[in-house]
Design a protein around this ligand. Structure first.
Ligand code: FUL
Length: 532
C-alpha cells in the first residue's frame, strides 16, 4: 500500500515540476491564548545532534548488497551469499564522487530487508563471511567507514529492522538478535553520525510480523552516543529525523520542523507504520534519553505544522517537538543497481528541482547512488552528480547581497549586537534578532550599482527555533516596489527561484511570524546558466 502511494506520488510530483505559489495569507483573528501557543511553538529548539545534522544539507545514500547481484529491490533472504562478487570494489571512489559534489554525510545499507550483512557478523551466516569473495574476509562496512573518515565525510548506517532471512523474526528472540547486531556494528565501526531505520515491516520466513522493541534499539544508540561523546541522529523510524513523507525527494511548500509530538492515536500510528511498537517506557526515561518523538503521526500528510495543527494539538493536550525532515530519493528509478536503468539516471534539471524542493525547503536531501556489480558508482551517475555539484557550487558561489548596505525599514533589533548587518556579513554564526515585540520587521538593501539575480535565500537562526510563516521579497523598478516572490515557512534554509531581476534596491518583508524573527543569512544569487 505504502509503495503504491509512494509510486503514485513520485509520478504526480515529477510530472508537474512547476513552481508552487504561496497560498493566501492566514489572516484569521487568533485569541491571545492561541497566539501564546504559536509563540511557544516558535521557541521549540533542536537538540545539538539535530542542529549539527541539519547543516549537512546533502547526504548520500548507498544501496549496495546482495540485491546488486540478484537484480532485486527486495531480496527474500534465501540468496546464496556467494552471489556477492564485486569485481572492483572501491569505496574511495564512492566517497570521492559525493564529496566533490558537496555531500557531507554518507549512509550505507549495511543490512537491507534480505538480512545479508555487509560485514562479518557473529550472529548470522548470511554475511560476507559466507562468500568466496575475498576468501570470506571482505568487509564492505569497514571499507566504507574508512573511506568516509579518510575524506572527512560524516558516516551513517542503514540496518533494516525487517529481516527476511532470520527464522526468529516475528518473536521476541529477534529483538535480541537485532540488538546484538546493532551493538556489534556500533561497537566495531562507530562512532556514527546517523543510524537509519526503515519503516518497512513485512513477514519473516516463519510468516510472522515483528513487534519491534524500538525503545530498546534507541537506548543502545544513545548509550553509544554518550560513550563516544559524539552526536548521532536516529532517522525515519527514529526520534530525531523524520521521513519527509515521499520517496521523490520533495518537501512541502511549508516544511515545519516543529510539530505536535504525534498527530494520530497510538493505534492509528501503529497501523500506519506496521509493527511500530510502544513499549512501556517511563516519562523520566523518555526525557533522559531524549526520545520524545517516538510516538509519531502520519508523516505523509500534507500539513504537519501549520497554525491550525499546532493550536488544535496543543489545546488537545499534545506537546510540541523539533522533528526535522529528510527527503530521500534515488538518482535512478530503483534503490539498487540494475543495468537496465543505466540510461534512466535522473536528469540535471530533475536533480536541481529536487534540490530546490528539499534543501531549499528546510530539509536535508538524502540522494541515493546504487553502486554497480563492480562495486563502483556507475559512470553515468558519477558524471551526473559531478554536474549537479558543479552547478550548485557555481550558482551559490557569490552572494550579491553581501555587496549591499542594509537598513531596517520597520521593526527593531533587540540590540546593536544583533543588528540587521549580521544577515549579509557572510558569517553563519552572527544573526539579527528582532526586539521581543517585533514580529514583522522589514529590511531594505541598497546597492551602489544595480545587481542581477534570480535566486533568493533566507535562513533563520534555528538554534533558537523556527518562526517565520510568511515573507515577501520586493525589488524597486521604475519608481515602485514590485513583488519578486512570496513564500511561507523558512527554517534552516529557504531558497526561491525568481525571474531574472536587475535592480539597485531589494526589500525583505516579514509578513507573519510566531515570535520575533532571528535571521542568520540573506542571499541573492544569479544561477549558473545550466540551472534554469
Ligand atoms: C524503503 C525500502 O523498502 C527501500 O528498499 C529503500 O531502502 C528505501 C530507502 O526505504 O522503505
Amino acid at each position: 500500500m505504502r509503495l503504491l502511494f509512494v509510486f503514485l506520488l513520485a509520478c504526480v510530483s515529477f510530472s508537474c515540476m512547476v513552481e508552487e505559489t504561496a497560498p493566501p495569507i492566514d489572516d484569521r483573528n487568533y485569541s491571545s491564548e492561541e497566539l501564546d501557543i504559536l509563540k511557544s511553538a516558535g521557541h521549540i529548539k533542536p537538540s545539538s545532534r539535530q542542529l549539527e545534522w541539519q547543516k549537512d544539507e546533502l547526504t548520500a545514500f548507498f544501496h549496495f548488497g546482495i540485491n546488486t547481484f540478484t537484480g532485486r529491490e527486495w531480496g527474500n533472504g534465501e540468496e546464496d551469499p556467494n552471489l556477492f562478487q564485486p569485481s572492483n570494489l572501491d569505496t574511495d571512489q564512492w566517497i570521492k564522487t559525493i564529496k566533490d559534489a558537496g555531500f557531507k554525510l554518507a549512509i550505507l545499507t549495511a543490512k537491507h530487508h534480505d538480512g545479508f550483512c555487509l560485514w562479518q557478523s557473529d550472529y548470522t551466516d548470511h554475511d560476507l563471511g559466507s562468500t568466496s569473495w575475498m576468501d570470506g574476509k571482505g568487509d564492505v562496512l569497514r571499507d566504507f567507514v574508512d573511506s568516509c573518515r579518510k575524506y572527512g565525510i560524516r558516516v551513517g548506517v542503514y540496518i533494516s529492522p525487517w529481516d527476511r532471512n532470520q527464522s526468529s523474526y516475528g518473536s521476541d528472540e529477534y529483538n535480541t538478535y537485532f540488538k546484538n547486531q546493532l551493538t556489534e556494528v556500533l561497537e566495531n565501526y562507530g562512532p556514527f553520525d546517523e543510524v537509519w531505520f526503515d519503516g518497512a515491516c513485512g513477514e519473516g520466513p516463519n510468516g510472522k510480523k515483528q513487534i519491534y522493541d524500538w525503545e530498546g534499539y534507541y537506548r543502545i544508540i544513545r548509550e553509544f552516543e554518550q560513550r563516544y561523546n559524539k552526536n548521532c541522529v536516529i532517522a525515519v523510524s527514529g526520534p530525531d529525523v523524520r521521513w519527509v513523507g515521499n520517496e521523490s525527494g520533495l518537501s512541502r511548500f511549508n516544511e515545519w520542523s516543529v510539530l505536535p509530538v504525534h498527530t494520530l492515536s497510538q493505534d492509528d500510528v501503529q497501523q500506519q507504520f506496521e509493527g511500530y511498537h510502544f513499549e512501556d517506557i517511563t516519562d523520566e526515561e523518555r526525557e533522559s534519553l531524549d526520545l520524545k518523538n517516538i510516538s509519531r503521526g502520519d508523516g505523509t500528510v500534507k500539513d504537519l505544522g501549520s497554525r491550525s495543527q499546532i493550536i488544535s494539538s496543543v489545546k488537545g493536550g499534545m506537546d510540541l517537538t523539533w522533528y526535522p525532515a529528510e527527503a530521500d530519493v534515488s538518482i535512478r528509478p530503483g534503490w539498487f543497481y540494475h543495468s537496465s536503468q543505466d540510461s534512466k539516471v535522473k536528469s540535471l534539471s530533475h536533480l536541481l528541482h529536487i534540490y530546490y524542493y528539499s534543501v531549499g525547503r528546510n530539509s536535508n536531501l538524502l540522494l541515493n547512488f546504487p553502486p554497480d556489480k563492480r562495486g563502483l558508482v556507475h559512470e553515468n551517475d558519477a558524471s551526473r552528480i559531478k554536474e549537479f555539484g558543479d552547478v550548485i557550487r557555481s550558482t551559490f558561489k557569490k552572494n550579491l547581497a553581501e555587496e549591499a548596505s542594509i537598513r531596517l525599514v520597520s521593526g527593531l533589533a533587540v540590540s546593536q549586537e544583533f543588528s540587521e548587518k549580521n544577515i549579509i556579513d557572510g558569517d553563519l554564526l552572527t544573526f539579527f534578532r528582532a526586539a521581543s515585540d517585533c514580529y514583522t520587521p522589514s529590511f531594505e538593501l541598497s546597492f551602489e550599482s544595480p545587481v542581477t539575480f534570480n535566486r533568493v535565500m533566507l535562513q533563520e537562526n534555528i538554534a533558537e527555533g523556527q518562526r517565520i510563516e510568511r515573507c515577501e521579497i520586493e525589488f524597486f523598478e521604475n519608481g515602485s516596489w514590485v513583488n519578486a516572490t512570496t513564500f511561507g515557512s523558512v527554517g534552516y534554509k529557504r531558497i526561491l527561484k525568481t525571474k531574472k531581476i536587475t535592480t539597485d534596491r531589494v526589500r525583505i518583508k516579514i509578513i507573519q511570524s510566531r515570535s520575533f524573527p532571528e535571521l542568520v543569512n540573506f542571499g541573492l544569487f544569479l544561477a549558473d546558466p545550466r540551472d534554469r
